[in-house]
Design a protein around this ligand. Structure first.
Ligand SMILES: Cc1cc2nc3c(=O)[nH]c(=O)nc-3n(C[C@H](O)[C@H](O)[C@H](O)COP(=O)(O)OP(=O)(O)OC[C@H]3O[C@@H](n4cnc5c(N)ncnc54)[C@H](O)[C@@H]3O)c2cc1C
Length: 432
């Protein structure tokens, strides 16, 4: 009997559910799925990151007497080959992305596929309302998550030392570089996190999302690290709350898979078709300095701070009246930490089509947002060099900016005040 250990979003050997649950003869495996990789250009920083993480996983597995078969192909076809080679079952951590669930169902028809939670603290059906249903609103979900939290949620999964490597052509070693460990910086950012996290120039957040997305650092490792910091007097609750947002959106997508592409709360608004304004939003040429800084940062680095994600998403949905799915796809194409559950959750929240019933229409004013969260304009200057020489107050004021007419920088593509009034009216009319 050979058990294949299919690593996907858990690319590490420490605290690994797969290595803890496995026994007997194992065949560790990573599959490059063409359905996911082919649409991306060859020179893609996310693909490069995965390749490095996979090469590192192979090296780490070898250091403990195992190895990693790295293959490219349709998982169903690969499962068929594995079956012919004597593999009798496959262990993997679940992935709630609708494509992944469909793929797993198909692969599971070929070989028994056992899914063991690894990427989240809670199983998707663990946090329930009193009537046994699932939460659509964050705060009660959060309270319930705290009420049921126990050591078992974050205990280290101890690797079985009784694993034997299956005979297989594992391929050559691959060069790799060290992978960022986000844990050491948490003690530094936690004291100011509640006040500083929204200021994009300060880089004052945990930078945990890429590690969590690929599982190079696991959620249980982060949870235990935060607990240790708490015992040393750090106030970790605000960061913990954000990590529970991640759990919340994961269970939401799990229970509402159609929400990956459809409104959870349909508003029946006549959305505009993506046009030239949409293209200018994508490349950071809207004439709104904070929007352009964020969109250019995304293109150049694959990263955008949370506050900037909220402001740019609101701008697309409310100022340009473009449906959130277009923005979600653009973020999905470029974000290093792209995760369907989180991205869809964030976009539906910004669009007002999400799970939480908003008692008001949420519209961010880009000028006020930058004035409040980038008062000196450091973030804007960094990503929009055409504006680097301007006084901060011109960066947050459309009239002052227009008067200066900085060379090479476009006029605003909409009048925010007018667009906000239009959205306010439309959204109010359409609300349940
Ligand atoms: C429109 C939009 C799209 C988004 N797309 C993604 C995405 O594709 N992938 C992704 O991981 N996050 C996404 N987020 C959530 C959030 O912006 C990022 O998780 C966060 O910016 C990552 O930075 P960090 O690790 O430094 O966060 P920190 O502030 O240090 O937070 C720690 C962790 O908590 C979780 N978290 C924090 N904020 C949120 C949030 N608002 N929603 C859900 N989880 C959160 C993340 O796992 C994060 O890594 C999106 C938010 C919005 C508004």
């Amino acid at each position: 009997m050979i058990t294949a250990l299919w690593f996907r979003r858990d690319l590490r050997i420490e605290d690994s559910s797969l290595l803890a649950h496995a026994s007997g003869v194992v065949l560790p495996l990573f599959i490059f799925d063409p359905a996911l990789i082919d649409p991306l250009p060859e020179e893609d920083r996310r693909v490069a990151h995965i390749q490095n993480a996979v090469a590192k996983l192979k090296a780490d597995l070898k250091a403990i007497g195992l190895n990693l078969a790295i293959v490219t192909g349709d998982p169903v076809a690969i499962f068929t080959q594995l079956k012919m080679q004597g593999v009798t079952q496959v262990l993997a951590a679940p992935d709630y992305d609708p494509y992944a669930r469909k793929r797993d169902r198909a692969a599971g028809e070929v070989l028994p596929l056992h899914l063991i939670n690894d990427c989240y603290l809670y199983d998707p059906d663990e946090i329930r309302t009193q009537s046994g249903g699932f939460y659509r609103v964050f705060t009660p979900f959060y309270r319930r998550s705290l009420a049921i939290l126990c050591p078992g949620h974050s205990d280290e999964r101890i690797r079985s030392d009784a694993l034997t490597l299956a005979e297989h052509d594992y391929g050559p070693d691959r060069p790799c570089t060290p992978i960022d460990d986000p844990l050491p910086r948490l003690a530094h950012i936690i004291p100011d996190y509640p006040t500083a996290r929204d200021f994009p120039a300060l880089e004052a957040t945990g930078h945990l999302s890429v590690s969590l997305r690929f599982g190079t650092t696991g959620i249980r490792q982060i949870a235990r690290h935060l607990k240790a910091l708490q015992e040393r007097g750090h106030k970790v609750a605000p960061l913990w709350r954000q990590l529970i947002w991640r759990e919340f959106y994961a269970q939401l997508l799990f229970h509402h898979p159609l929400s990956a592409s459809e409104d959870l709360t349909p508003l029946n608004i006549e959305w505009s078709q993506p046009d030239e304004k949409f293209q200018r939003w994508q490349v950071g040429q809207t004439g709104f300095p904070i929007i352009d800084a964020a969109m250019r940062q995304l293109l150049q680095t694959g990263w955008m701070p949370n506050r900037a994600r909220m402001v740019t998403a609101s701008f697309l949905c409310k100022d340009l009246l473009i449906h959130w799915t277009h923005g979600e796809a653009h973020f999905g194409r470029y974000l290093m930490d792209y995760d369907a559950a989180q991205n869809v959750g964030g976009w539906q929240w910004a669009a007002g089509t999400g799970a939480d019933a908003q008692p008001f229409v949420r519209i961010f004013n880009p000028w006020l947002q930058s004035k409040r969260y980038d008062p000196e304009g450091a973030y804007i200057r960094r990503w929009v060099p055409e504006l680097a020489h301007l006084e901060a107050n011109a960066l947050h004021d459309p009239i002052k900016l227009a008067a200066l007419s900085p060379p090479g920088y476009p006029d605003p593509i909409v009048d925010h005040a007018h667009a906000a009034r239009r959205a306010q009216q439309l959204f109010k009319e359409r609300k349940r």
